[in-house]
Design a protein around this ligand. Structure first.
Ligand SMILES: Cc1cc2nc3c(=O)[nH]c(=O)nc-3n(C[C@H](O)[C@H](O)[C@H](O)COP(=O)(O)OP(=O)(O)OC[C@H]3O[C@@H](n4cnc5c(N)ncnc54)[C@H](O)[C@@H]3O)c2cc1C
Ligand code: FES
Length: 514
């Protein structure tokens, strides 16, 4: 609907046009505004998500929260606060008045400063890792009114950035470099966050509470968050020089790929994982010929199942990508890439997306409990009190699946950073968000809610061909995860249902046992 066709909330709207527990969109002056109702309470908030501008009217109201359909950011309808990542900034709010059955939206409210008094005040907080979890944690510490010293140490030479974009719009040439930082340099100065870039922490001494930098300096901490993420698995490719092989984890990696892509005609991608396929799609957008080589049977099969995997293979093929499934790269001689089946392909360079390993070396060296990830409890605290871990490195007790899990999702990492920060301040908040991730290839986006390591039933509803379907993954009759294409609202509804079922039985018996 055009902005001018929308109801003008300033002149008022009958109460009965606003569904209880729902919302309608209208305008206030030049701004698109959502009006929502909960019984006798009315809320007016901005219609655009502060993450990537998602249309909140297509989202879901859950209690006092409004959730974005694109990547599940969650806003407080009363204050506009971005309660849960990936949005970090609030949406605007307006004062609402009801007079004799008509609701009027009045003046915009001053954004309530999201400062709240913290319950515990460590003398200083050190965050090792300047990625999704690290930035979200630093942001939350300040939001909650913590005024002690906050230091973020990152081995990366760039300030925290939007990693998921590196294989998507940025690589495809559709997003400028200015979009990539998560925060402007002012943010760190104004919030007094000491961001130390391009420095690697070599070790941690938990007893005297010190981190040791490579090169010798030390930094003391009172509370510590480890958020060191994951590193790409690097493989030896006989005959290939380092400059021919590209991995993608950092902004610098993506810039290097973009530089090579300027003149490339044909590229070989090893791995049909999310990264491999997103890189394939982005390079095709640049009109580069792409060959994907993978030992698997069907791309993405182990996460999204056979049907969605085949759908993505067909989608890629329809855009000109050639697949070599069941094969590996065995050798590179100059521009010639040899596959295990004997085929030889010409390539300007190779991109490798063959998985990642959690960066747990620091935690191991510090003596923390590590078991295929840094083991944390439901409060994201490691085996050492006062030391927290979040993001790709953390293995936590997921109350939804009833398992200790470690996963590599952007939104999970950010939300864990936020919860860890609150727990550093003494909130004792369980991390119980339902895991969520998305991928986007050739403008087709899959949203995945829940976590199914294995399943014995995958039921498809709707049509993959029409890009309008959901696939429900069940184990022993219990729904563990749902993947949707073109059904963002349904994905949010599943999230809300999974949360509600957790409220009914907060401790999963499997976790109690294990
Ligand atoms: C190209 C790409 C695309 C992706 N797309 C998606 C997507 O579409 N959807 C999705 O859900 N997920 C996606 N992911 C996964 C997502 O980005 C990760 O799950 C997320 O970044 C994990 O956050 P993190 O904070 O744990 O680690 P990271 O974001 O990796 O940050 C780790 C930080 O720790 C620093 N560090 C590591 N060791 C040290 C040390 N010893 N000393 C100092 N600093 C250190 C690193 O430099 C880095 O700053 C993508 C990942 C990549 C690489
Ligand atoms: S655009 Fe709203 S969560 Fe991403």
């Amino acid at each position: 609907m055009e902005h001018s066709d929308q109801p003008d909330f300033v002149t008022g709207i009958p109460v009965n046009r606003i569904p209880d527990g729902g919302m309608i969109q209208g305008r206030v002056g030049k701004e698109d505004v959502i009006l929502s109702r909960r019984g006798a309470d009315f809320f007016a908030v901005g219609a655009k998500c502060t993450h990537y501008g998602g249309p909140l009217i297509k989202g879901l109201v859950v209690g006092d929260e409004l959730r974005c359909p694109l990547h599940h950011a969650c806003f407080d309808l009363r204050t506009g606060e971005a309660l849960r990542a990936p949005a970090l900034d609030p949406i605007p709010c307006w004062r609402v008045e009801e007079i004799d059955g008509t609701v009027f939206v009045r003046e915009k409210l001053q954004q309530a400063p999201d400062i709240q008094t913290s319950r515990k005040t460590p003398a200083s907080v050190v965050i090792v890792g300047g990625g999704a979890a690290g930035l979200a944690a630093a942001d939350m510490l300040r939001r909650k009114g913590y005024d002690g010293s906050v230091t973020v140490i990152s081995a990366d030479d760039s300030a925290p950035y939007d990693r998921p974009n590196l294989s998507k719009e940025f690589l495809a040439g559709e997003a400028p470099a200015e979009w990539i930082p998560l925060r402007s340099p002012d943010f760190y100065t104004s919030r007094k966050i000491d961001l130390i870039l391009n420095r690697r922490v070599a070790s941690i001494d938990i007893g005297p509470k010190k981190v040791f930098f490579e090169g010798g300096q030390t930094k003391e901490f009172d509370a510590l968050l480890l958020a060191t993420g994951a590193d790409p698995v690097r493989i030896a490719v006989p005959g290939a020089s380092d400059s021919q092989l590209h991995y993608l984890r950092t902004f610098a990696d993506s810039r290097a790929l973009v530089a090579k892509a300027q003149s490339a005609k044909q590229v070989v991608i090893s791995g049909a994982s999310f990264i491999g396929l997103e890189v394939a799609a982005s390079l095709r957008e640049r009109n580069i010929a792409v060959h994907v080589v993978s030992p698997g049977r069907v791309p993405l099969e182990h996460v999204l199942g056979d049907e969605i995997g085949r759908f993505f293979q067909n989608l890629h093929e329809s855009h000109g990508v050639t697949f070599h499934m069941g094969e590996t790269v065995t050798r590179v001689d100059g521009r010639l890439v040899t596959l295990s089946g004997g085929a030889k392909l010409d390539a300007d360079f190779l991109a490798l997306g063959v998985g990642v390993r959690p960066a747990v070396a620091l935690a191991e060296q510090a003596g923390l409990r590590v078991d295929r990830g840094v083991v944390v409890n439901e409060y994201l605290e490691t085996s050492a009190p006062g030391v927290f871990a979040a993001g790709d490195i953390a293995r936590w007790p997921d109350p939804h699946s009833g398992q200790m899990i470690r996963i590599e999702h952007w939104v999970v990492a950010e939300r864990q950073g936020q919860v860890a920060a609150r727990n550093i301040l003494g909130y004792r908040e369980r991390f119980n968000a339902v895991p969520f991730f998305w991928t986007s290839q050739f403008k087709v986006s899959v949203k995945y809610i829940g976590h199914a390591q294995t399943w014995d039933e995958a039921t498809i509803d709707g049509s993959l061909e029409n890009k309008d379907c959901s696939v429900t993954f069940k184990l022993g009759g219990r729904t563990l995860a749902v993947a949707t294409i073109g059904r963002d609202l349904q994905n949010l509804q599943v999230e809300a249902a999974m949360e509600a079922s957790l409220l009914q039985s907060p401790v999963n018996p499997l976790l109690r046992a294990g």
